[in-house]
Structures are given as structure tokens and as C-alpha cells.
Design a protein around this ligand. Structure first.
Ligand code: ADP
Ligand code: MG
Length: 242
């Protein structure tokens, strides 16, 4: 399978705190990978290094055969190829739903408003939010906001979608609607890298599950392997606790 992103010997320190240690990891086209692990194990930092919200301290990130950490590489073009969905939605509160899904396309991809609106409508339909195009974020529930955030990221037509605990800030009754949308996206063949605490979801949608512990990938495998037959004692301990 074609690797979309390959991380080699990635490390990240904040001061003298080494948060990621020699991470080797890749995502292939069409693959759905869930990252699980305790709070503080480095999951968000790994995602933030992959999309360069954080500058890695060492290692390589290979995208389409090139190390994007090379100085000569066009980091800006690379970042437009990654869609990111955050725990806290990060919607533009001064824009309505349609505006949220249109501005990035016009500014970054230089699409005309007409084209951007067409693309936005397509993805707002995918997440079931096309009836709310004129609403402002403050008028929406958490689950609705997160679905708009997903549509906004999809509107940029990225190669990979990164999700950092997309349901952790939601009231329990809204988790299902967001996971349902994500499950449909996974089934559509989208390449997805998802940090989640929703183990049922991870088991159901993942091609591969990665367990992180204290800045390293302690174990990875199919959902069956990780959830039914974990090799590492620390994986078993983690799964017992949650
Ligand atoms: P997770 O997402 O698995 O909960 P994080 O990647 O957020 O873990 O954090 C891993 C470790 O890195 C934690 O100890 C956290 O305190 C530390 N950390 C994360 N971001 C920063 C930062 N900007 N400055 C200093 N320490 C950080
Ligand atoms: Mg985190």
C-alpha cells in the first residue's frame, strides 16, 4: 500500500522533557489508524508534529517521498494536504456555517466563492449540516459544531484527516452523531489518523491501532490483536483501566 505519511525516528522535547522518543510510524492511503494511550503519553504532540503545529526536535517526516522537515521543503503546501479536527472545534465564531467551510478554500486554495460554496455544500451534506448554513457557531450544539468542523476540514480536500479526540469535549448524548459521521468517512475510503478514547469506535473502524505510552509506540496491530491479545503488559494495564 502507498504510504502517505511516514515518520522516522521522530523526537520532540519541550525543554529537557522528551515527549516523543524515536517514533517510527506510517499511514497508508485509505487506512484508518486510531492512536490510543493515557493522557500525557504524547498523542497530541505526535499529531501536532505531523501537521507541523509543533516543530519536531529530530527525525524525518516523509510525505510523497520527500522529507518535509528539510529547509527547502514547502511546508505551507504540505499543511494544506492535512485536515485537522480538534477537541475544541476551533470554528470561526464570526462566520456562519457556510462561511466557516468557505474561507479556507478561498484564501488558501484560491477557489472562487461559487466553487468554494459548491464544495462546502457537498461536505455539509456528508456531515448532515446542510440545513444550517446560515447559523452561527454559538447557535449550534457541540455535536453540530464538530460536524461543521469536519466539513470545513473536508472542504479543503486533504490527503489525510487528523482528529485529536474529536468527541472528548462533547456531552455524552452528542458523541454518537460525530462518531457516526466519522465511521461513514472511514468506510468511504478516506485516510484517517484519529486520537480517541472511544475504544468501541476504535475497535470497529480501525485498520490498525497504535498504543502510545510515555512518548513511545509501545504496541501496534489490528484491533483484534490490540484489544483481544495485547502483547505488552502496559497495553493490558491501559485497557483494563479504561
Ligand atoms: P496526550 O495528547 O497523549 O495527552 P500530549 O501530547 O498533550 O499528550 O502531551 C505529552 C506531554 O508533553 C505532557 O507531559 C505534556 O505536559 C507535554 N507538553 C505538551 N505540549 C507542551 C508544550 N507546549 N510545552 C511543554 N510541555 C508540553
Ligand atoms: Mg491530547
Amino acid at each position: 500500500m502507498e504510504k502517505i505519511i511516514e515518520v522516522q525516528h521522530l523526537s520532540k522535547s519541550f525543554g529537557n522533557h522528551e515527549v516523543l522518543k524515536d517514533i517510527d510510524f506510517s499511514v497508508s492511503k485509505g487506512e484508518v489508524v486510531c492512536i490510543i494511550g493515557s493522557s500525557g503519553s504524547g498523542k497530541s504532540t505526535l499529531l501536532r508534529c505531523i501537521n507541523l503545529l509543533e516543530r519536531p526536535s529530530g527525525g524525518r517526516i516523509i510525505y510523497k517521498g520527500e522529507n518535509i522537515l528539510d529547509d527547502k521543503h514547502d511546508v505551507y503546501a504540505y499543511r494544506t494536504k492535512l485536515g485537522m479536527v480538534f477537541q475544541q472545534f476551533n470554528l470561526f465564531n464570526n462566520h456562519n456555517v457556510l462561511g466557516n467551510c468557505v474561507v479556507g478554500q478561498m484564501k488558501v486554495l484560491k477557489r472562487s466563492r461559487e466553487e468554494a460554496e459548491k464544495v462546502a455544500m457537498k461536505y455539509l451534506q456528508v456531515v448532515g449540516m446542510d440545513q444550517y448554513i446560515n447559523a452561527k457557531p454559538r447557535q449550534l450544539s457541540g455535536g453540530q459544531k464538530q460536524r461543521v468542523a469536519i466539513a470545513r476540514a473536508l472542504s479543503m480536500e486533504p490527503d489525510v484527516m487528523l482528529f485529536d479526540e474529536p468527541t472528548s469535549a462533547l456531552d455524552p448524548e452528542m458523541v454518537g452523531e460525530v462518531l457516526k459521521v466519522m465511521k461513514e468517512l472511514a468506510e468511504s475510503g478516506l485516510t484517517m489518523l484519529i486520537v480517541t478514547h472511544e475504544m468501541g469506535f476504535a475497535r470497529e473502524v480501525s485498520d490498525r491501532v497504535v498504543f502510545m505510552d510515555k512518548g513511545v509506540i509501545a504496541e501496534e496491530g489490528t484491533p483484534e490483536q490490540i484489544f483481544n491479545n495485547p502483547i505488552q503488559a502496559r497495553t493490558r494495564e491501559f485497557l483494563k483501566r479504561i
